[in-house]
Each structure stands twice: as C-alpha cells, then as structure tokens.
Design a protein around this ligand. Structure first.
Ligand code: ZN
Length: 347
C-alpha cells in the first residue's frame, strides 16, 4: 500500500505550550522550547503566548517579533494581551508578541543562537535548529488552529518603509480578495498588494498555503518605533479583530488608505556596488521612470566617481535602505505602483 507523506508522519514538536488552547478565559503562558546551553544545561527558551477565548467563533493568530529588531508588533501585542478581556471576544485570539524570542532579546533581525531568520525558516523542522523548530511549531500547531493570521513587521535596523498593511498576490483569487479585505480594514495609511523577492520559506506563504486569511504589515523601521507608528499598530490590531468578527464594532479608519501594488520583483532596486549610500528620494515620494533615486559613493578613496541608480518604473517610494553603508546585493530602494481606487477589494 502506498502511503502519502504527510505532516502527520513528522515527529512531535519539542515545543510544548503551557496554556490550554481549548479553555475559555484569558491565559498568559509560554511556548517552552528546550535549549541545553553552557549557561543552563536543562534550560528552555520561553516564548510568551497569550490566549483570550470565549465560546465558539473564529480564531485569530496575532504575531510580532518574527524579526527581532522590529518593535511596533511586540509593543502593540503586549498592550493588547494586557487589555483584551474575554467578555469583549467571541471566538479566540492567540497572541505571540515575540515569535523569534532569542532574536528579540538580542535586538537583532536573526537569532544569535543559530543565525536563523524566522521568515526564511518555514515550513520548519521538528529536529532542526531552534528557529526551524519554532517555525515547525507554528506551521503544524498554531496556524492550523487559526482562521485569520496577522504578522506585524517593520523595516528593522536596515530598512525604512512607508506604513502599510499588505496581502500577497495569490493564485486563489477568492483567498487573495479576503486577505486584501483584511489588509484594507487594518487601516494603515497605505495598503499594498504585494510580491515578495523570494516567498518560498516565508511564514506568510506557510499560512496562505493552509488556506487562511493572512495579512502582514511594514510600519516604518530603522530599529525603533514612534508615536505615529504605534498608533497605526494599536488601531490596526483592533481593526483586524473587528474584521474577523471576533470583537464587535466598526473599524476605526481615520483616513482613506492609498492602495498600492507590485507587479513583479522589478520593484526592488538592488545595489551593484559597495559604498556609501546617498538616497535622492524619501519614502512616500512619487517618482517617474528614469529619475535619479540614489548614488553609491566609493567609500575607500577620493577621486572615484559615484555610481548612480535610476527608477525602473513610475511609482511611489515604498521603502529604502536605512543603513548608509551599502554592499553589493543590498536593496536600496523599493518602488510600488499607485492604484487609483480600492473598489475591487471593498467588503
Ligand atoms: Zn520583518
């Protein structure tokens, strides 16, 4: 008899949750990941998790700290976990503010333990590195529990990005439309229909492949948060829960969102030089194909000409490299197309 290989046959995760996903009420606990180290032979990494559940209804999985140097997600999710009451909820909200906890503790994008980039580790492995083990737990345990997932990112220390909520271009156009509905109701200043440079190992792709409604964000960056970006995150989280129907009320949408889209990965402008980056544009600027967008100066000597970079398309400056020291292969500017209206996706 032929037996199809399925996730059922993979070994159990080494991660255990200290909360009961079936229990009503508010629970604050941990995902416990055994980690034997020089400092603690029988130690564990403790990833905070909170669940607020009241009866039957949909489940929303809300995550931050996928990258450890992005702060709106962890901050806003900690606040939500400490303020959301089960009486306000119909269904279940699962909150993981610091998904890659070792990276978050170090203030770095990737884990200092295994150099793991959580958003390049999916679908993960139960016997893999620590980062892969966390990814596997999400892929096989948490994501299957949810109907809706929101993963809050920002640009981190090396990028600065206009504040947007996004859904991806998906083959299943019905799913794409539902995801875009969630992105629009998040209520960020910009809403993006997004194409990734490499989607193969993203958390996003893992969630979408399980048929869930998935929304991601970028909310500026530079390795900090601001009152403005925190307000967007705080409002967006509540709006997203209203979108799912788990909490009541109409979304708080203080301004119309500008709809943007990426046709393909030519939106990403990549440096072909090592040097000192001088940006000629600011995020949110509108550019025309051929406009000078950046110069990369030789940083090792005088007398060498700079290399110039030009917009490959008409559009808006979605993001920029925040760190001025630039290497070959660094994305220096990301452009997106401005879309006239959001009618197709209004729900
Ligand atoms: Zn990120």
């Amino acid at each position: 008899m032929r037996v199809a290989m399925s996730t059922e046959q993979l070994p159990n995760s080494s991660i255990s949750a200290t909360i009961d996903f079936d229990a009503d009420g508010v629970q604050h606990g941990f995902l416990q990941l055994p980690y034997s180290s020089d400092r603690s032979a029988w130690g564990s990494i403790m990833i905070p998790i909170c669940q607020i559940k009241n009866g039957n209804g949909p489940t929303a999985l809300l995550t931050g700290g996928n990258h450890g140097d992005e702060y709106e997600g962890p901050t806003s999710l900690l606040k939500l976990a400490n303020s959301l009451d089960e009486k306000q909820v119909q269904g279940r909200v699962i909150i993981v503010p610091m998904t890659n906890q070792p990276a978050f503790e170090a203030g770095t994008r990737t884990s200092p333990i295994d150099a793991g980039n959580m958003n390049r580790a999916f679908p993960g492995q139960p016997y893999g590195t620590l980062t892969e083990r966390i990814a596997d737990y999400f892929n096989r345990t948490l994501v299957p529990l949810c109907d809706y997932a929101l993963d809050i990112h920002s640009g981190g220390k090396t990028l600065d990005i206009i504040p947007f909520a996004a859904a991806h271009r998906l083959e299943d156009k019905t799913q794409e439309k539902r995801c875009m509905g969630g992105a629009l109701l998040f209520g960020a200043p910009y809403t993006l229909l997004m194409v990734e440079m490499d989607a193969t190992q993203l958390y996003d792709s893992a969630v979408e492949s399980q048929g869930k409604v998935f929304v991601t964000t970028e909310l500026r960056g530079g390795g900090t948060s601001t009152p403005a970006t925190m307000a967007i995150a705080d409002r967006g989280l509540r709006n997203f829960l209203k979108f799912t129907g788990i909490i009541e009320g109409s979304p708080d949408l203080p301004q119309a969102t500008q709809l943007l889209e990426m046709e393909d990965d030519s939106c990403y402008h990549v440096s072909q030089d090592q040097g000192l980056l001088e940006l000629k544009v600011t995020i949110g600027d509108h550019v025309t194909r051929g406009d000078l967008i950046a110069s990369v100066h030789n940083r090792h000597r005088t007398g060498a000409p700079a290399n110039h970079y030009y917009a490959g398309m008409n559009g808006i400056v979605l993001g920029r490299r925040h760190a001025p020291l630039t290497e070959i292969g660094d994305v220096i500017v990301v452009l997106a197309s401005v879309v006239g209206g959001a009618k197709d996706y209004q729900i």
